[in-house]
Structures are given as C-alpha cells and as structure tokens.
Design a protein around this ligand. Structure first.
Ligand code: GTP
Ligand code: SPV
Ligand code: MN
Length: 669
C-alpha cells in the first residue's frame, strides 16, 4: 500500500500474514561437512532452566529415522520443495554484493525469489545490479540463494496479500556449507529459503549470508576474518585546548577518530546506538557518524605507517570493519524524534518499505513511540483492522475524561492502558527498510573499500538486574569471555520464542553462527592472537567492553535513561582509548570491579541533579550477600558455568582460564 508521498516520498507499507512476522529460528538449518557438528550437547540433553537452547540445527528432525537429516537428505528435500513452487508467479533474479562493490572484503550472491516484497528489500539492503552479474560472469565466485514463499498459484487462482506457508513446519531456512556433488559449479556455499517472506528468513543477503554463511567463510578462510552481529559507529573528537577569557574564542587541538562496534541481540539497541545523538553539552568537541547498524565484517589488516617523529616506517596491524549492507532494516516501535532523531531524518528521505506498522487514513504511519497521540479517526492496525476511533472504549479509558471507565482508573493505570493499546497497533517487530545513504550522519567512509579501523567493541544485552552499566575487560580474552556469556531478556524479533525470558546469547550471535559455537569462541581468541605483532600485544587491538542500558528498579522503571545518554559511556570508552594510545596509565577515570574496570560517576559527566542515572549502584558489581546467603554474582557465575559446560571439549581453554580469573576476583572482593 502506498504511503502519502508528502510525508514519506516513494514509500510503501506491507502487512504480512500473522503467521509470518519474524525470523523462524526453529526452522533454521545449517548443514555442515561430514563429521562436523554444530554443538557438543544437543537441545534434548541441555539442563533444564539453563536459559539456553540452540536455534539452528544441522538438519530437520525426522521422526521415522529417529535422527536429523544429513546434508544430502536436506538438499534432496529442499530441491523437491522448490520443484514447481513458483508456478503462476514471477521469478526475479537478484545479483547482489555484500559490501562495497570495489572492496576486497566483499562477497557476491544471486538470489532467486518469487516475492516482490523481497526484491524491493534486497534492492535497498544490498548493492544490486547488472554490474554484479558482469563480475560473476567474469568468474568472481558467488553464493546461490534460492527463495520462494512456497505457494504456487493455479491458473485463475486468486492470490492472497502475503503468501507464505501456513504451517511453521513447512518453512525451511536452510544453509549449505559444502559443495553439492550434483551441482559442483555452484560452489561450496548455498542458501535455500522456503515458505516465509519475512525479514531475516527471506532477505537472504542479510542474516543468512552476511552472518551464517559469512561467519563460516571467515573461519575457513586461511586469512581468518569475522562476521558479527554488530553496529559500527565512528566518533570524532576535537578537544578544546583553550578558551580566550576575553573573547570566549575556543582553540581546538588535533582531531581524533574512534570506531566503536556494538553487539547486542536483536531489538536490543544496535540501530539506536549506530545513530546516537550526542548530548548538547558535548557537541563542541564531539560528533558521531554511522557506518552500519546490524552487521560488521572484520579483518585483521597489516599496515605500514611512517612515524612522523622518526620518519621510520613501522609495520603494525589493525582490525578493520566494513558494513556488508547498504540499508537499515530497523525496528519501528520506540523509534521517534525523542529517541532516535537521526533514524527519523533517514525516514523523511523516503524510499521506505514499512512492514507491519499501523497506518492512518491520510496515508501516514503509526507505532508506539513515533507519536504520543492517536489521530482522531484512529488507525488501521498491522492486521488491517480499524482501531482507536474516538468512540472506541479501549481508547476512551485513557483518552476521554468524560468516560466512566476513564474515571475509574488511576493516572498510572491509564498510562499503562495507553501503552498497551499503542503497542497493539503496530507489531512489536514491525520494521522500516531504508537506504543507508539517507542517514544524515552516515559516515563519509561507510562505503569505502578498506573499511574503518576498530578501537573498541561493546557487548550488551537486556538485563533488568545485576549487570552494571559498563565494564571494560582487562584483556582481549576476558572480553571474549564476557561476549561468550552474554545473556539477554528475549524480544519480539523471533517468532517462535516467548519475550522477556533471560537467555544466553553469545556475542548476540546465538541464531547466526554458521558452525560449531565452541570453534567460534576459539576463532574469537585466535583473532586476538592474530593482532599480535611479532608475538607482542599490539595497542591497536580493540578494547573490549560489556554494557547494559536496561537496568530497572523495583517499580520496573529504567534506572538509566539510555538512548542519547549512552553517549556518556561511549565518550568514556573513547577517552580510555586515547589515554591508552598515549601510554598514560592513570586510573582516575575508572573504578576496579571484579568484572573489569567501570566508569567513575565523574567520568560520565552527569549534571549535578540528574534523572539520567537514578541509582549510582548500577556502576558497580554488587558483592554483598544476596538471596539464600549466596551473592547474586555467585549465582550468576554458577549459571554461566553451567552454560559453558554445555560446550564440553569444544570450549577453548583460554576461556576457562578467564572464567576462573573472574571468579577469583569475585572471591577476593
Ligand atoms: P535488530 O534490528 O533486531 O537487530 O535490533 P537493534 O539491536 O538494532 O535494536 P534497536 O536499536 O532497533 O532497538 C530496539 C528497541 O530497543 C527499540 O524499541 C528501542 O527504542 C529500544 N532501545 C534502544 N536503545 C535503548 C536504550 O538505550 N534504552 C532503552 N530503554 N531502550 C532502548
Ligand atoms: C534481527 O532480528 O536481528 C534483525 C531482523 O535484524 S531480521 O533481519 O529479521 O533478522
Ligand atoms: Mn539485527
């Protein structure tokens, strides 16, 4: 459905089937080489209450055979499914590049699809076109990606708005990482997605290719690299070195650039951090720009730099990242002028595909957080139903003081009713697809071949209790351990899981690692090793952090304001980096905790009376006794240990050492 072009030019809203609103993890498969397994402990043997289960399996479970299908059987099954599946529809051919077309880090693909919605999304999310077909015809390798909504049409049969398979078990999001003996020309990797038209299930360049397949490619490549579920943010800092007392004229020192990546699980704040607004008081010295909001491909690159002082050529190494995508597939609810003005400005540029948002009668869009008021004549919700007109009792209870139901509720209750009502209009996983170039703060180098050099990596999740606002790991491997034991409360980004449950989500990659996760942890450790120069630590190795924007008090309110105030933590991270690069070892801007170094209150530059941080306790790691004579951290570590045990012999030794080191620090505290 077209959107009012005066509001959002060249934009459309799509409503999906209610059976197809997010990624289907239980229908996602990654077939590996013979003898390789995705995990040591299968779901059926995981301890109860662990808060973890595998999302992908190597093959579909076959009850008759009493086992998972192997690669050959999965392939056979998918080819059978695809036979005749597009009958009565148009098949589109989409040649695409993940990454700037000129970049040595980029990878090509060809997606076939019978969904125009998918074609439009791929057009925005990837670089597409005949030039790419040309490169492929000249011999550049590509990954074949099959996609079908899986609903052939008989002659004369009327189509539905959003065709997809009605049974979850008819959907297959399948990845292959070995050559097909019957089709050797197609190469080692391929993707076959059947039955769903939504997001990560169907826009195959995104999660299927740029994370699952690419993570496996990076691990297998002799030139080891990583594909991560990370935003990429650049920070520019030009410090004021003096202010003329008479004229107030400021003199600025040399500019420093920092690149920070952030891995947070789906719907936990990547897009928001990627487009963060710098709080007003810092804007003289600080600004930010966006390189990517969801995926980073990271390479270790050897560089030669001339030391300006000595004139000597110094060989060193950097980690550099590219954003393989060219669009944002952002979560709509919670996106508004107050929370993410840069995303809103990106949307004002138009060329958007909205999915499962509510629409208004004048062709505008609506979701919770976009606006605080409903249009008088209500909206059409994501399911296509008219909702919230003036006489609707569900609206009157929070909106009409003359209504009896309104008077019966307390102010607090009315607020809650309003939130609930607004939340039901657009689907919680409703999205916008928009080109990166429209972002007003897109980084000038976002599309360059070499990517940007990394300074810090941040991991985080939704944790309403315990986890402090920010800690800096003592070393790369400790950072790897913090990433590996990331836990987060689940969100609506996944179709087949309840929201709000505490789950382990290592590196925010639980649904996206395309090979054995123990090996994946090891790959992370190896990347740290690879950064060493002649066996010695390299100052360019990114610093590692763990953050939590989502701590709540007993009333369920956020203790930390979040959004643009997260920049206070980012600023602290960048200043730490600068200090390290200068060889300055002073510790006044940090406090030691058993988990690593946390910021001091002063280093966050909070206003004296503030509602940004309402409980300073979230800066530290509580070590006092908690429930049942056991500290909460002791319990947390026990749970993390149970999780790491799941990996058995696949768990790298380095991580065991790091784990014990944190336990020692906790015991000593
Ligand atoms: P995916 O696209 O699914 O990978 O999600 P994402 O990680 O990019 O998450 P996004 O930035 O879109 O944010 C998801 C939700 O979290 C939105 O509703 C945001 O409003 C909310 N959110 C983001 N940052 C913060 C924050 O600092 N504090 C709070 N309280 N909410 C936040
Ligand atoms: C996510 O779930 O992390 C997304 C949306 O970015 S999807 O492309 O559907 O995976
Ligand atoms: Mn994502």
């Amino acid at each position: 459905m077209p959107i009012n072009p005066y509001l959002y030019p060249n934009s459309y809203a799509a409503r999906s089937s209610p059976l197809d609103v997010a990624r289907s993890e239980s229908r996602t498969f990654v077939s590996l080489e013979d003898g390789k397994s995705l995990y040591h402990t299968p779901n059926s043997k995981l301890p109860a209450n662990l808060g973890f289960s595998w999302s992908c399996s190597a093959g579909e479970y076959d009850a008759e055979k009493g086992r998972e299908l192997n690669t050959e059987e999965m392939r056979g099954k998918l080819f059978l499914k695809f036979t005749g599946c597009m009958r009565g529809r148009t098949m589109f051919v989409i040649p695409f590049s993940m990454g700037p077309v000129c970049s040595p880090f980029s990878k090509l693909g060809i997606q076939l699809s019978d969904s125009l919605y998918v074609v439009a999304n791929m057009y925005t999310m990837t670089r597409t076109g005949l030039g790419i077909l040309q490169k492929i015809s000249e011999g550049t390798p590509f990954v074949p990606c099959w996609h079908s909504v899986g609903v052939p049409l008989l002659p004369g049969e009327k189509d539905v708005m959003w065709p997809c398979c009605r049974e979850q078990n008819d959907k297959y999001i399948s990845h292959f990482t070995t050559p097909d003996p019957e089709r050797p020309l197609l190469g080692k990797y391929s993707i076959m997605s059947f039955g769903s038209g939504y997001g990560g299930n169907a826009i195959l360049g995104k999660k299927c290719y740029a994370l699952r397949i690419a993570s496996k490619m990076g691990r297998d490549d002799p030139d080891k690299w990583m594909a991560e579920h990370m935003l990429i943010l650049r920070v520019k800092y030009t410090p004021i070195v003096s202010v003329d007392p008479a004229t107030k004229k400021k003199t600025f020192g040399p500019t420093e650039y920092f690149t920070v990546t952030g891995a947070f699980p789906s719907a936990c704040g990547k897009t928001n951090m990627a487009m963060i607004e710098v709080p007003a008081e810092f804007r003289d010295e600080w600004s930010v720009s966006t390189v990517g909001d969801d995926i980073a491909w990271i390479h270790v690159v050897e560089t030669e730099k001339t030391d300006p002082k000595t004139g000597k050529v110094v060989k060193t190494k950097e980690m550099r990242a590219i954003n393989p995508e060219s669009g944002f597939f952002g979560v709509a609810p919670g996106t508004g002028e107050k929370t993410n003005a840069n995303a809103m400005a990106t949307l004002r540029g138009g060329n958007i595909i909205f999915t499962n948002v509510a629409t208004t009668f004048n062709g505008d869009v609506f979701w919770d957080g976009l606006s605080d008021t409903l249009p008088d004549d209500g909206v059409i919700d994501w399911k296509g139903n008219k909702r919230g007109w003036k006489s609707d009792p569900a609206r009157r209870v929070f909106d009409d003081p003359t209504y009896e139901g309104y008077q019966k509720l307390s102010e607090q209750e009315r607020k809650m009713k309003k939130r609930q009502f607004f939340n039901s209009l657009a689907h919680p996983n409703s999205r916008y697809t928009t080109p990166c170039v429209q972002c007003p703060i897109i980084d000038p180098e976002w599309n360059t071949a070499d990517g940007v050099p990394l300074d810090a990596m941040v991991f985080g999740g939704r944790r309403s209790t315990l986890i402090p606002l920010a800690v800096r790991a003592r070393s790369w491997n400790q950072g790897v351990l913090l990433g590996a034991t990331l836990r987060s409360e689940t969100t609506a980004a996944v179709q087949d899981r309840a929201s709000g449950v505490l789950n382990f989500d290592p590196f925010a990659m639980r649904p996206f690692v395309g090979y054995n996760m123990g090996e994946y942890f090891e790959h992370w450790c190896d990347m740290g090793e690879k950064m060493k120069v002649d066996g010695a630590e390299n100052v360019n190795t990114p610093d590692m952090y763990f953050v939590n924007w989502f701590r709540k008090n007993e009333k369920g309110e956020f203790i930390w304001n979040g959004f643009s105030d997260n920049f206070r933590v980012i600023r602290w991270i960048c200043l730490n980096r600068l200090q390290k690069k200068k060889g300055d070892t002073s510790t006044e801007r940090q406090q030691d905790t058993p988990l690593g170094y946390a910021p001091t209150m002063a280093s966050l530059n909070l206003p004296p009376k503030n509602d940004i941080l309402t409980d300073a306790a979230i800066l530290t790691v509580p070590t006092a006794e908690g429930v049942d004579g056991e500290t909460e951290w002791a319990r947390e570590m026990k749970e993390r240990k149970n999780f790491l045990d799941v990996f058995g012999p696949d768990l790298p030794k380095q991580l065991k050492t790091e784990f014990n080191d944190i336990v020692d620090h906790l015991v000593a505290a």
